[in-house]
Design a protein around this ligand. Sequence first.
Ligand SMILES: Nc1ncnc2c1ncn2[C@@H]1O[C@H](COP(=O)(O)OP(=O)(O)OP(=O)(O)O)[C@@H](O)[C@H]1O
Ligand SMILES: Cc1ncc(COP(=O)(O)O)c(N)n1
Length: 555
Amino acid sequence: MRRDRRAGPARRRRRAFRRRRRPGGGQGRGRRAGSARRRRLAPRGLGGGGVRGSLTGLGNLGLPVLSVAGSDPSGGAGIQADLKAIAACGGYGMSVVTALTAQNTRGVQGVHVPPVEFLVQQLRSVLSDVPPAAIKIGMLGSAEVIHAVASELSALEAAGTRPPVVLDPVMVATSGDRLLTPEGEAAMSRLFAHVDIVTPNAPELGALLGDDAASCTADLVTQARRLAREHRVWVLAKGGHVPVEATPSPGGDAAASGSVTDVLVSPEGEVSSLSHPFLNTRNTHGTGCTLSSALATFAARGLGWLAASHAATDYLAAALAGADRLAIGSGHGPVNHLGELWAGAGAPGLGAASAAWLRLAPRAEATYSTSVVAQLASGQPDAGLMHRYLGQDLAYLVDYADRLDAAAGLAEARGAIEDAAFWAASATACREEEPQLHLQLGAEVPAPDSVTAAYAQHLATAEADGYEALAAALLPCFVLYAEVGARLARVLPAEANAEARAWVTSYADPGFAASAAEAMDRVDAIAAGADEPTVALMEAAIAESLEREIAFFDR
Ligand SMILES: Nc1ncnc2c1ncn2[C@@H]1O[C@H](COP(=O)(O)OP(=O)(O)OP(=O)(O)O)[C@@H](O)[C@H]1O
Ligand SMILES: Cc1ncc(COP(=O)(O)O)c(N)n1
């Protein structure tokens, strides 16, 4: 399929966040969780707290959730992550800042804890005006801060107004940098009497118990039960640091194989496991912050701790699955907090072609199960299969280049000179450049088979429908190949053979990604000038081309 590496850089980065099917049917589970509303356990020692009801006309959306946490100026963790997660999960986020960090995706360069009196002032300002429906506590920084927060919570308890409280006992960042003084670590348990649920990761759980970090789920369960029993508190012990058997596979935004298990233990010692596919991504900065904020928000919305834990881990799994599409920073990037929303409802300003492609993302996942892509991902594609596929691709490219030229002609006729130049340059690359890969891999041009012919027929029909439909029909060949190239580059085994490596290198090329992004931008712009029926025609053409691509890869 054809894409052009010489067609110039994309003007804007493509915003292509794909919706990913949630592991284990997240929606269904969410619905089950919803039915658990009202069964939420009241905070210990309190008369209820609970759901505030539909005060706003938004149902149980938009209830205030307070994050008491540190600031991460790079936006992936701390209050910045919390506010995004709270919003994404349906809450109204508020934040009281405990500490400022100088950090980015590579690590923490500095920590500043402002005077504790000012923290107390912030808390009282917020609490006296906007009683939160739940509170999440994150980075505290020092023992002094811990004591101050404990006192404020205890004042709320005395007044009978403490809402559900989630404590993420943040000690060390993903980068390994310390976020709490040793005195603070020792003081952390002082807060347990004033919170409902604690969400330690494995090293934090070990530290809280004066034990080693759990190295398997069974140990995590044992330790979580101990903490829950000793402090009469719910414990959601996170399994992200517990070793997992993982082998790369292509079947996810980040490759998934094996699972990560979090463990929820009630104060009475009842254990529930929450498992999600392990995602082979380095973009895990702020997962703990995100999870605890989501948990607080679902509690604010009236879910019990088990239901809220399911909903929160499902949300996080989806945000993690979309993390690689954000591409923020050079270290451990953030999760994609709003990716599911953008994919579902669309994002403001998103072009019609981009939006159509986002909506098609669940369908596009089928690409990774096709014989050709799955075998390429294994690193050892069957030679016969590749020969057949590459030969048909050569045959396809002949026709595709002609259609690109046709698009150039139609664009020129309308005076769209830049579009015309882009399509024409793409056609040239399609004839002169791309087949070199195929020929290098030993392909010969055969007669088009029925799949290739059907794709050619679809492009011909699109051309007959007009410039807009043709441009739309040409698009998936660019963007799907760029996406497949990028994803396979992440999961290709080190021992991949030369054929797999050459294919993946070719389509993971940044110049090609830029061309695909430019194609998307141009088709978005074409759609922006089209009327509604034409946009509908374009959306249908994109969907049809995707089907043809999937069929093409499945030989
Ligand atoms: N690679 C992964 N794939 C899937 N889920 C993950 C992965 N890494 C972490 N998680 C999930 O993210 C959440 C946070 O887990 P983790 O044990 O890493 O906590 P944490 O150390 O507090 O997070 P952070 O990375 O923010 O420090 C858990 O729900 C865990 O299951
Ligand atoms: C302000 C702040 N709070 C919490 C974390 C922990 O998040 P992570 O462990 O993902 O770095 C962080 N890095 N920064």
